[in-house]
Write a protein that binds this ligand. Structure first.
Ligand code: AMP
Ligand code: MG
Ligand code: MG
Length: 330
């Protein structure tokens, strides 16, 4: 008897459409002009109206369709046993679609029997908020990561401002107009992946062999971060916002390693990006080289930092100074 797509494939197909919708919300808030910025734990830890609305959209859309999922989002909590029941969320924020191309792909055999209640979804509705408030819009991503038995196995990254013309930045800040795509290019894109199947929506490129181009934080740096970056013996250092954005740099040949030797980055920052990187043969760990865990009971903070690379992970792990390792307890 023929059976339909598995729970995992249906979830990823929905997450794709839901991340796209969140991307349109992120663009709309800029276009409307009132960012509604709130400081969370510090002046570099911000939340905007876009973070709040995108989280409501993503979590309530997922919860309505997959009521037995565990959903852990960065911002206001929506869904089963949460602050705001998903039925109370404005219908206009709900996305019901699913990306058909994903439904046509085969589910990796090891995930074919997964049940909805076995999955944990980590949601960062807007990664790179600090940069979003500063008009560095191409740093921003929407992240939906899916974990099973503590392991990140599927992920979706929407980049709402992929292809936007950076020369419009000043104009954008002054006039709060919607950013324009370049000639003939669509604004925004969605990347997705599943372990054992692959990653899609981009062209894999590598930094030339032997070059060490390090990408790291631009707004959450400290001495540990810079000590660790220096120890990598870099040919170049890129300081950009967003965990999702930095993983995209690794898979598109702009950087060879993402080094963040500090607490601050959370499970919702790393879950989806880790899957995309792992699906193309890369590796994301803490600075000790240990895998990250994503079960629902795990603490949210990646206390021992993030070390990610497309190739030669052992080289980068071997160069992390002992002083940095001693300061970052998992
Ligand atoms: P960054 O590379 O600075 O853009 O950080 C990647 C992700 O980790 C973003 O979602 C940041 O908000 C988060 N993050 C990193 N460091 C901190 C921190 N010190 N406080 C709050 N969030 C942080
Ligand atoms: Mg984030
Ligand atoms: Mg965020």
């Amino acid at each position: 008897m023929a059976s339909g797509p598995t729970v995992l494939m249906r979830l990823v197909a929905s997450a794709y459409s839901i991340a796209q919708k969140a991307g349109t919300i992120v663009r709309r808030v800029i276009a409307e002009g009132d960012l509604g910025i709130v400081e969370k734990t510090s002046p570099t830890d911000l939340q905007t109206k876009a973070d709040r609305m995108a989280q409501m959209s993503i979590c309530s859309s997922l919860a309505r369709k997959f009521p037995k999922l565990t959903i852990i989002g960065e911002e206001v909590r929506v869904g089963r046993d949460m602050d705001l029941p998903s039925e109370d969320v404005d219908q206009e924020l709900i996305e019901d679609g699913q990306w058909e191309e994903i439904l046509r792909k085969p589910c990796p055999a090891q995930y074919s029997a997964i049940k909805e209640e076995d999955l944990v979804v980590w949601v960062d509705p807007l990664d790179g908020t600090k940069e979003y408030t500063e008009g560095l819009l191409d740093n921003v991503t929407v992240l939906i990561g899916i974990a099973y038995e503590g392991k990140a196995i599927a992920g979706v990254i929407n980049q709402p401002y992929y292809n936007y013309q950076t020369s419009d930045k000043q104009k954008l800040r002054e006039h709060r107009k919607e950013a324009k795509a370049g000639p003939g290019a669509a604004l925004g894109r969605t990347i997705w992946g599943i372990l054992g199947l692959g990653a899609f929506g981009f062209q894999l490129k590598e930094v030339p062999a032997g070059k060490h181009i390090i990408t790291t934080t631009r707004s959450h740096s400290n001495k540990l971060v810079t000590d660790c970056v220096t120890a990598m013996n870099p040919d170049d250092v890129l300081r950009v916002g967003g965990a999702g954005n930095k993983i995209i740099q690794l898979i598109e040949g702009k950087a060879s390693a993402y080094v963040f030797a500090s607490p601050g980055c959370k499970k919702w920052d790393t879950c989806a990006p880790e899957v995309i990187l792992h699906a193309v043969g890369g590796k994301l760990t803490d600075v000790h080289g240990n895998a990250l865990q994503y079960d629902k009971e795990v603490k949210h903070m990646n206390s021992a930092g993030v070390l990610a690379s497309l190739r030669n992970h052992d080289y980068y792990a071997s160069r992390v100074p002992e002083s940095v390792k001693n300061a970052l307890v998992p």
